[in-house]
Design a protein around this ligand. Structure first.
Ligand SMILES: C[S@@+](CC[C@H](N)C(=O)[O-])C[C@H]1O[C@@H](n2cnc3c(N)ncnc32)[C@H](O)[C@@H]1O
Length: 290
């Protein structure tokens, strides 16, 4: 039986049958076998049963020491949300393990999503030895670390983050994973800090679906004159998943004297009803070299 079926099974005696199907079909677990927290979204009709749901999650996941409920959507420049502790100890700082990488973070003070591990690996797999990489909007460093770990031949990964707490964790995570020297953590606004790497990068990663398009000029300026690859994240409606992302990329590429070719375009995750986070990978060429 899968964990969600088990969750519903465990709750059979606590929740009226007509509401059982509303029990969340997934929740996030941040941490490792040694200790983790679970973060769950509970629909309004199940609010009276939220502690019972949290207790059932702890029963299924023995490593979960605390269950928090999401109390808001992500807001602000740092992309943070509100949480409420439902059961367990008030732990908010945790070491999360994914693909052999250790990531220390306080999920109430920084952005982090364990669901994006596969996406990070997809990007990391594409990196070739000798590449110079720019990760904009780097958070606690999961993209930069995934790349440096998967591709030890990478030349440098510059990782820019504006939230000082996320930056502090990124610095710590680089040490935890013994990747000092490979990753250059930078605290500040991409618009200000990226200037130092103009013309130097083979690949630019832009994991800020809310507004990455406003920084596309910076991404094109960071690429080497001979071009490179941009991984562009965007929110898109289900009726038109990739057209807007393509148009935004194309418009800025023309302004900078480049052409683009789509390498890949995919849905990364659902964001809201009928809205998805998408990623478009494009190869960027100077005009005349396509
Ligand atoms: C969606 S989160 C992604 C974080 C990280 N890449 C990850 O996957 O966990 C976007 C991050 O961009 C940062 N950010 C927002 N605007 C920024 C800017 N202008 N310059 C640098 N970082 C920025 C936020 O603080 C946040 O940590």
């Amino acid at each position: 039986m899968g964990p969600i079926m088990r969750l519903r099974e465990l709750l059979r005696d606590n929740i009226p049958p007509e509401l059982l199907s509303k029990v969340p079909s997934s929740f996030d677990v941040i941490g490792s076998r040694e200790g983790a927290v679970a973060i769950v979204e509970i629909p309004p009709e199940l609010q009276d049963y939220r502690v019972a749901i949290a207790k059932a999650i702890v029963k299924i996941h023995k490593n979960v020491k605390a269950v928090y409920e999401k109390k808001s959507g992500r807001t602000g420049v740092y992309r943070l949300r509100e949480y409420k502790l439902l059961v367990g100890d008030r732990i908010t700082e945790i070491i999360h393990k994914e693909h052999g990488i250790r990531l220390k973070l306080d999920f109430t003070k920084v952005y982090f999503s364990p669901r994006e591990a596969t996406e990070r690996q997809r990007i990391a797999r594409q990196v070739k030895p000798g590449e110079f990489i720019m990760v904009m909007f780097a958070g606690i460093g999961p993209y930069a670390l995934a790349i440096a770990k998967k591709q030890p031949g990478v030349k440098r990964v510059v990782a820019i983050e504006i939230n000082p707490i996320a930056y502090k964790y990124m610095v710590e995570n680089i040490k935890l994973n013994k990747l000092e020297g490979k990753i250059i953590p930078v605290l500040g606004d991409v618009r200000v800090k990226a200037t130092r790497w103009y013309g130097l990068c083979d690949r630019v990663i832009m994991p800020l679906p809310k507004g990455a398009y406003l920084f596309l000029d910076q991404a094109f300026k960071c690429l080497k004159p001979e071009g490179g690859v941009i991984h562009f994240y965007h929110w898109a409606s289900e009726d038109n998943l990739f057209e807007e992302a393509y148009r935004l990329l194309e418009r800025v590429s023309i302004l900078h004297g480049y052409s683009i070719r789509i390498l890949d375009a995919r849905i990364v995750s659902p964001y809201a009803p009928r809205i998805y986070k998408v990623c478009m990978d494009v190869m960027v060429y100077p005009n005349g070299f396509t």
